[in-house]
Design a protein around this ligand. Sequence first.
Ligand SMILES: [Zn+2]
Length: 88
Amino acid sequence: MIGFDETPERLMCSRAGCRERATSRIEWRNPKIHTADRVKVWLACDEHVDFLREFLAARDFPLRVVAADAADETDQAAQTADETERQA
Ligand SMILES: [Zn+2]
């Protein structure tokens, strides 16, 4: 049993009811309620990455998918990419 403090919960799929290990991170935001510097992160296993991505894409939320173990610095890259795309 792993202690709660060390449990890598952020590496579990965000899909409701799914407890698979996440392999992808979906970084997204809702432009209506989130400012450009707010990025939400969902985690997805191989099976659900498409489901979650399409769920967000259907709402026209800006998003990007990166590897789950990507460094946190990609957060800033994501924001930059979002802004670039929105203004293009
Ligand atoms: Zn899943």
